[in-house]
Design a protein. Structure first.
Length: 177
């Protein structure tokens, strides 16, 4: 199956997916960094992963209600509580790694790091889509990543960034012919 990247307008919490990736209000390292519970079991064994924190500030926990099965919380703020491109990139990269580790086939992701005191919507889209493409080029789960953003303006920004990269990739392929 070919990996899919989608962009949609809507409510992240109402999006069907194996896991929803959202920002944690705590800065990286605030959770203590100790892993609690087993590392896997979400796929195949029927055993749900227990809530656990990683050194990268990622917490996986069962979702409170459907349609998502799990929530992956990431710390997009650095040590001083500042949201930076590097912190968002590292947090999302860690979330993708955790999703792969648990065998999640589908993710729903919000505009991590965007908002007051953070990144612009455009820069958030660029960082998240760059990391998504890097991750998917390595193969393995997840096979579907849907970016779910609130409002038409945010949707258009994410679509524009996604489309510009797809066009550049197509032009590169055509140039190799």
């Amino acid at each position: 199956m070919k990996a899919r990247i989608e962009v949609a307008e809507g409510d992240l919490a109402a999006t069907p997916a194996d896991a929803v990736v959202c920002a944690s209000p705590e800065p990286a390292g605030a959770s203590g960094g100790a892993a609690e519970g087993p590392g896997g079991g979400a796929s195949g064994s029927g055993e749900a992963p227990r809530p656990r924190a990683s050194a990268a500030g990622v917490v996986v926990e069962p979702a409170g209600s459907p349609p998502a099965r799990f929530v992956i919380r990431v710390a997009v703020a650095g040590e001083g509580g500042e949201v930076t491109e590097q912190a968002v990139r590292a947090a999302f990269r860690a979330a993708l790694g955790v999703a792969r580790e648990h065998g999640f086939a589908s993710l729903a992701v919000g505009a991590l790091g965007a908002g007051p005191g953070g990144l612009s919507l455009r820069r958030s889209a660029e960082v998240l889509l760059e990391e998504t493409r890097r991750h998917l080029s390595e193969g393995g789960p997840p096979e579907s990543i849907r970016f779910v953003v609130p409002g038409e303006q945010a949707l258009r920004i994410f679509e524009g960034v996604h489309d510009s990269v797809r066009i550049a990739e197509q032009m590169e392929r055509l140039g190799r012919r």
